[in-house]
Design a protein around this ligand. Structure first.
Ligand code: PTT
Ligand code: SF4
Length: 605
């Protein structure tokens, strides 16, 4: 096999055993890598109903055939497991030297199961694997862990860790690397915590097997040069994703006051231009020359790395218009190891509940000190914090009194930072995303606003499916960053060339789409198998707020989505995917995708 190492490292933390296991080439050709490997492993090895926080759940770090090779933006990996937040498939895509080192150590994925009896660090160096005591690190923030371990290991070692949120099994805890890269929104940090695994250090010294290494070298250099020459490059380096704040405000899709409004009166103060005035440097993932992490000094004088989602969810969504204070909340989020989107949503939910008098705690919109205290309470599961640590779906079930209408989630995962009162296509993207309400599979909102935001037509469904296959399928299987393509216009043709130089095989778009469809359909099957009798198409419908509560302010004040039209769009979506009107892949679809064995395990039709 070229392009893949052909080996997974399987680690059992209960027995302190690690074994390199070769896998069959068919798996690589049919599932490619990353999300493809992750879902195939979870589908094949997890018993239905496995408790996500039990030793039986698997925590998977998966790479693809382009990961770690010195080509543009290839220092990312997919972290996946059954999610404790949603009960379905969960994953994230994050940048870390761990991605590069997994491949250089001779593996395509780490598959971790079991539970250590005491806090542990896993140290992998090529063929060796050590299980080291982490008692001294337990309780420490992800930044402290990174600093301590960086002193001990080589400069290029990949370090991933959890903070107190992961230790305390906060359901939206992430795994953190490099003090600013965080992945696994649906609680992959809690899964790591449930295994008593505080950190992984991975070092690799082997070459990655390539079909045409000389050609790859040239193509890689050319790719970096091409990116530097892109017209949008300079502005991207200045603002990265932060320029989206302005765009969202102009188009009234900026989540504000827990998605009651699509515009924020202090948007300018948290915008990309405001950030530029505070910026001290750029940071980012390995092997990237677009480094989009904007480092600023926060209100406590410490470094904080800002992105659009984080600033909006910890800014306008909670009524906070002071960017230095937003940056402090953002840093705490990374130190504790929360997901910034879900945390911002939980805070916004609590503020609305407080305003409506549904809880006794007083947490005012934009009240920095009160918010900060609540962030600590969530990390350590104190009082209201313990309720919010379970995510907004669960918090609404506790608080009741209609709050589930404005608990902003799909299938338990909190909605990322685009309001959909006026964007039915994006609402459908959230509704049908493979991990719950995340924009990674299909960020169709910019296209939709240009194409006509008010329509619910078939063209939107077509565009959505095309985008899901490319972003949620191909990029997540390759695990390379999609920003070069999505934000700078780096042509897809590059990836075909890279794949050929890496694997020696051709992967034209048609073949990639088929693989993507296979991966996304198997993910859907996993959800249906896990939910069993509780599965229903209503799980593909976004929060009722967008249908029932008109926007309260801004130029599009009064707008709502139409539920009937949304459902008609969902029908078209299912039909085009080859799924039943209950959102379940049909037998014919499964057979067509080479997943015939899956059908027998799906009880719902
Ligand atoms: C991603 C999600 C995002 S998506 C953001 S900002 W974004 C938030 N970032 C968080 C953070 O930071 N710290 C934190 N504690 N929680 C956070 N939660 C949120 O997590 C991220 C970039 C970004 S920044 C995006 S869009 C792109 N996402 C990609 C993707 O999904 N796939 C892919 N092939 N390439 C991508 N490139 C871009 O990567 P999750 P990262 Mg993150 C600090 O992981 O779980 O997928 O959630 O990974 O290395 O920080 O890069 O405006
Ligand atoms: Fe990482 Fe940003 Fe570079 Fe993508 S553009 S690889 S997210 S630093």
């Amino acid at each position: 096999m070229q392009g893949w190492t052909g080996v997974f490292l399987k680690v059992n933390l209960t027995s302190n055993k690690a074994a390199a296991e070769p896998y069959n080439e068919d798996l690589a050709l049919n599932f490619l890598g990353g999300r493809g490997f992750a879902i195939k492993i979870l589908w094949g090895t997890l018993k239905r109903g496995t408790d996500p926080l039990s030793p039986e759940n698997k925590l998977i770090f998966a790479t693809g055939p382009l990961t770690g090779i010195g080509l543009p933006n290839s220092g990312k990996l997919v972290i996946a497991s059954k999610s404790p937040l949603t009960g379905g498939y969960g994953d994230g895509n994050f940048g870390s030297w761990a991605a590069v080192n997994i491949r250089k150590a001779g593996y395509d994925a780490l598959v971790i199961e079991g539970k250590a009896s005491n806090p542990l660090i896993l140290h992998i160096k090529d063929k060796t694997c050590e299980f080291l005591d982490a008692k001294d690190l337990w309780g420490k923030s992800s930044f402290e862990v990174e600093d301590q371990l960086a002193k001990k290991y080589s400069k290029l070692a990949g370090i991933v860790s959890i903070g107190p949120a992961g230790e305390n099994l906060v359901k939206f805890a992430t795994v953190v690397s490099q003090k600013g890269r965080a992945g696994g929104r649906p609680g992959m940090g809690a899964v790591m915590g449930s295994k008593n695994l505080k950190a992984i250090v991975i070092e690799g010294t082997q070459p990655i097997p390539l079909a045409y290494p000389d050609e790859m070298k040239k193509l890689a250099v050319d790719g970096y040069k091409e990116l530097l020459a892109k017209p949008l490059y300079a502005f991207w380096k200045r603002q990265g994703t932060m320029s989206t704040v302005e765009w969202s405000q102009e188009n009234s899709v900026l989540p504000t006051f827990n998605y009651q409004q699509g515009a924020f009166e202090k948007a300018e103060e948290i915008s990309g231009f405001a950030m530029e005035k505070m910026k001290v440097s750029n940071r980012g993932c390995p092997q990237c020359n677009m480094t989009c992490g904007n480092v600023v000094k926060d209100s406590e004088g410490k470094d904080s790395e800002l992105d659009y989602e984080n600033v909006v969810m910890l800014g306008s969504n909670i009524g906070l218009g002071n960017l230095a204070q937003v940056a402090t909340l953002n840093r705490l989020t990374d130190e504790f190891g929360f997901d910034a989107i879900s945390l911002g949503s939980a805070l916004g939910f609590a503020m609305e509940a407080s305003e409506k008098g549904l809880i006794s705690e007083k947490i005012g919109w934009g009240q920095f000190e009160e918010i900060k205290k609540l962030v600590y309470d969530i990390a350590y599961r104190r009082g209201l914090g313990a309720v919010l640590a379970e995510g907004v779906r669960s918090a609404a079930a506790v608080i009741g009194r209609g709050s589930s209408d404005w608990a902003m989630h799909v299938k338990g995962l909190e909605v990322s930072a685009y309001d959909c009162h006026t964007a039915p296509g994006m609402a459908l993207a959230y509704g049908t995303s493979s991990i719950g309400a995340h924009h990674k599979d299909a960020w169709v909102i910019t296209w939709e606003i240009k194409a006509g935001r008010e329509s619910y037509d078939e063209a939107k469904v077509d565009y959505l499916i095309k985008t899901q296959l490319m972003r949620g399928g191909a990029f997540e299987a390759l695990t390379v960053c999609r920003f070069p393509q999505g934000s700078l216009g780096f042509e897809l043709e590059w990836y075909h060339k890279y794949l050929r130089a890496s694997t020696g095989q051709d992967f034209p778009m048609e073949k990639l789409n088929l693989i993507s469809d296979r991966i996304l359909t198997l993910i859907r099957a996993f959800w249906v198998r896990e939910y069993g009798a509780k599965w229903s198409r209503s799980l593909d419908v976004p929060p009722m707020r967008w249908f029932k509560d008109p926007l309260t302010d801004g130029p599009l004040k009064g707008s709502v989505l139409n539920l009937e039209k949304y459902n008609a769009m969902l029908d078209i979506y299912y039909q085009k995917r080859g799924w039943s009107q209950n959102g379940v892949p049909t037998k014919e679809t499964l057979e067509k995708l080479g997943l015939a064995d899956v059908a027998s395990q799906l009880v719902v039709s």
